[in-house]
Design a protein around this ligand. Structure first.
Ligand code: NAI
Length: 467
């Protein structure tokens, strides 16, 4: 348990510990759990709910919605498999009950875990007031080390006020009705996932993306595959399109584009990225080096202040829960003096859970070319993969390798390919050569086999591949 002592130099009561973590999202709680496991005394401060965005407003509830969407598609498409079924409709209250049940179960489990590790969990809004201190409602928590882990919020655009029919993912997750027509602003990860859910539920959906392709951060192979699939699904999208404004009334929302076009909808989802939650936490006032609201760190996640570290969405890089977990564990071990290896950001897998899924790890073709000069790529169509044909999914896998070198990137599009990213990340993170993977026997019929086949092809010995 933390060693608690009265502070003699300050008027506010004080608690001290080896580590104070500000923010109990994926990164913050992972750090606290690992630190406690390593014998450190830990204070974990959270103003909202333990588990943060991922558990309450992000990964978990959105993937529950996507699961409900998959069930809706299966009901609608039963005929493809000779099964007589039809989609009668979507009961949003039922969907929300299922989704909230999933979140509640995970929340309870996490609360039990934090309690069982003897972490001093403090509910309240924390402010970083000095390099070793966090203030929570007048109570001061000092740590030999402090980890800043305050996460991110859904951004909007200037002039676009969130409210009513104009929502971010926060409100979109809790709609008690199903919109008939939706405009999704932003064709990044959140945009395409929600577009996918609403389309599966039967809505007319239009995605408006400022850059020339959907999922612009991924390899353009993934964007092309996804755009093709979205067209087949009747999801409309406008790329290289800019919004000039949006207005709402009782009847609907009108979205105006720079082209002069106007889109009418029941709902506008704003999904233009997430900003760091740093403005009100006292960081810059206390001297933390920042840039555009993000906390700058070295590769060991240290800030410019001694004993002060940062992790997760407030540190530039992928805003992903599993990056936060990894950084949290890393920092706990670092603070405990275990000298852990630094995290290779290029090796962090990425999955977008729309239908079809998009999963990737490592470098895109463009990045690989820039860093390694000569490269080789291969694409393997899932049409050659038995399990994918059984699932009636389309898609492909693209591999990128340095010329005569290891595999640098794996990019996949298709139903369930998110589950293949585990093998893909071992390949990329262990610097495997195509021959290494080609020599491994993949179970038949699985979709993993497609990864094996793609590596056989890249190793110059394709089996079920044309050309
Ligand atoms: P994002 O950065 O993935 O996508 C935002 C998109 O909005 C970009 O494509 C951008 O070009 C576009 N955009 C920006 N301003 C625009 C404008 N004025 N008009 C039209 N388009 C505009 O951010 P997103 O989707 O909001 O997600 C936030 C973060 O959450 C991301 O880092 C994402 O990785 C993470 N996340 C991860 C998930 C996963 O791992 N499955 C699921 C959901 C979110």
């Amino acid at each position: 348990m933390p060693d608690t002592s009265a502070n003699t130099t300050s008027s506010s009561p004080e608690t001290s510990a080896d580590l104070v973590v500000l923010g109990a999202g994926s990164g913050g709680y992972a750090c606290a759990l690992r630190a406690a496991q390593l014998g450190l005394t830990v204070v974990l401060v959270e103003k909202d709910k333990l588990g943060g965005t991922c558990l309450h407003r992000g990964c978990i509830p959105t993937k529950a919605l996507l699961q409900a969407a998959e069930v809706a598609d299966a009901a609608r498409d039963g005929h493809q498999f000779g099964v007589k079924s039809a989609l009668e409709g979507i009961d949003m209250a039922g969907v929300n009950k299922y989704k909230d049940g999933v979140v509640a179960k995970m929340f309870k489990g996490l609360q039990g875990l934090v309690l069982s590790r003897g972490i001093n969990y403090v509910e309240g809004t924390g402010r970083f007031v000095a390099p070793n201190a966090v203030d929570v409602d007048g109570q001061r928590y000092t740590g030999r080390n402090v980890v800043l882990a305050t996460g991110s919020y859904a951004r909007s655009l200037p002039g676009l006020e969130i409210g009513g029919r104009i929502v971010t993912s926060d409100q979109a997750l809790n709609l008690d009705y199903l919109p008939e027509r939706v405009v999704v602003l932003g064709g990044g990860v959140i945009g395409v996932e929600f577009a996918s859910v609403w389309r599966s539920f039967g809505a007319d959906v239009t995605v408006v993306e400022a850059l020339p392709r959907l999922l612009p951060a991924e390899d353009d192979f993934c964007s092309k595959q996804l755009e093709r699939a979205f067209r087949r699904r009747g999801i409309m999208f406008k790329t290289a399109a800019r919004l000039t404004g949006a207005s709402q009334s009782e009847a609907g929302v009108t979205v105006s584009l720079e082209s002069g076009e106007q889109l009418e909808a029941d709902l506008l989802l704003v999904a233009v990225g997430r900003g760091p939650n740093t403005a009100e936490a006292g960081y810059s006032e206390a001297g933390v080096r920042m840039e555009r609201g993000f906390v700058l760190t070295g590769d060991r996640l240290q800030t410019n202040l001694p004993g002060v570290y940062a992790l997760g969405d407030i540190v530039p890089g992928f805003q992903l829960a599993h990056r936060g977990f990894a950084q949290g564990i890393f920092l706990a071990e670092e603070i405990a003096g275990r000298k852990p290896s630094t995290i290779d950001e290029d090796g962090i897998p990425r999955v977008t859970y729309c239908e079809p899924q998009v999963a990737a790890v490592g470098l895109t073709e463009a990045q690989a070319r820039q860093r390694h000069g000569e490269i080789e790529t291969i694409t393997y169509d899932l049409a050659g993969n038995g399990k994918s044909v059984i699932l009636q999914t389309r898609g492909a896998i693209k591999l990128v390798r340095a010329k005569h070198g290891p595999v640098l990137g794996v990019h996949m599009v298709g139903d369930r390919v998110g589950e293949l990213v585990g093998e893909a990340q071992l390949i990329v993170n262990w610097d495997a050569y195509p021959d290494d993977v080609a020599a491994l026997v993949h179970a038949h019929p699985t979709q993993n086999e497609a990864l094996g086949e793609a590596h056989l092809a890249l190793a110059g010995k394709p089996l079920h591949a044309h050309g």
